[in-house]
Design a protein around this ligand. Structure first.
Ligand code: OAD
Length: 248
């Protein structure tokens, strides 16, 4: 029986013969695991909340309790969430390709749980906590009723290890992601609205390097008209079909 998701033979060949694959993922790849995106009109976080009040250093200075509590709720809502077939398909692709780099804007850790190894977390990880003044990762702190809790070393507030708007991305990870985008023969942009810089700029780097650039997103993005292939499908449907076609 033919696969219900048709993959163009040229793309199948591109993936099979690729020496270097780079991937940029966004919240959309985790949507089928039940994790809300940011900008989807009805279900995204930013449809209900103002990012200025939750995802900036100013917001944390103004209302640390509200910011800490929002991230604590998001962290709690990730309990019991599992990687979906889109995540597993990317792990399968990594196992088949000599050089593979996965840059993600997601903070949910689902790529690593699906088996991807070379993951660059550009926006941090929601399960990690750091000191808001010294920046050091704090794995544990004494139990207290205070919200946010305090750093056991310097007594400053603790905060999630997330890159907020207006903050620098970890430079080493961004540099590695740029090298991968510039040096790949196939680039996949999966489940990202591709409007947040500098992560979205990775698509430009891949385009400028003349890689085959593939977008997987049910909705259009600023790059849809410029990529080699755009598939308006959920990644949990498309990526497993791509793997089946390339590595039967
Ligand atoms: P967005 O919410 O901006 O975009 C999610 C994209 O996923 C949208 O373009 C959807 O169309 C698409 N999508 C939804 N369901 C999908 C599915 N099943 N399969 C594939 N795609 C699907 O999320 P990001 O692009 O990740 O930053 O947003 C980038 C950054 O902005 C985030 O990392 C976050 C946010 O503010 C911080 O919190 C620092």
């Amino acid at each position: 029986m033919p696969d219900p998701v048709a993959i163009p033979p040229e793309l199948v060949e591109r993936l099979r013969s690729a020496k270097s694959v780079a991937v940029l993922t966004g919240a959309g790849i985790s949507a089928e695991s039940g994790v809300p995106t940011f900008r989807d009109a009805l279900t995204g976080h930013w449809a209900r909340f103002n990012p200025e009040e939750l995802a900036t250093p100013e917001a944390f200075r103004k209302n640390p309790r509200q910011v800490w509590s929002w991230y604590a709720d998001r962290r709690a809502s990730l309990e019991g969430v599992e990687p979906n077939p889109g995540h597993f398909a990317l792990a399968e692709i990594e196992s088949r390709i000599p050089r593979f780099t996965l840059a993600t804007q997601n903070v949910d850790g689902l790529h690593q749980r699906a088996g991807n190894r070379n993951v660059l977390e550009l926006h941090g990880n929601i399960t990690r906590t750091k000191c808001s003044t010294e920046g050091r990762i704090v794995p544990a702190w004494p139990v207290s009723d205070e919200i946010p809790p305090r750093c056991p070393h310097c007594r400053a507030f603790l905060r999630p290890d997330i890159v907020w708007f207006g903050e620098e991305l970890p430079w080493d990870k961004l540099a590695a992601a740029r090298d991968a985008a510039l040096g790949c023969d196939l680039f996949l942009a999966v489940g990202t609205s591709a409007v947040v810089l500098p992560a979205a700029g990775l698509v430009d780097e891949a385009l400028s390097a003349k890689a085959c650039v593939v977008e997987i997103n049910p909705n259009p993005t600023p790059y849809t008209g410029r990529v080699s292939f755009a598939f308006a499908q959920p990644s949990g449907v498309f990526l497993p079909a791509l793997v089946r076609a390339a590595f039967p």
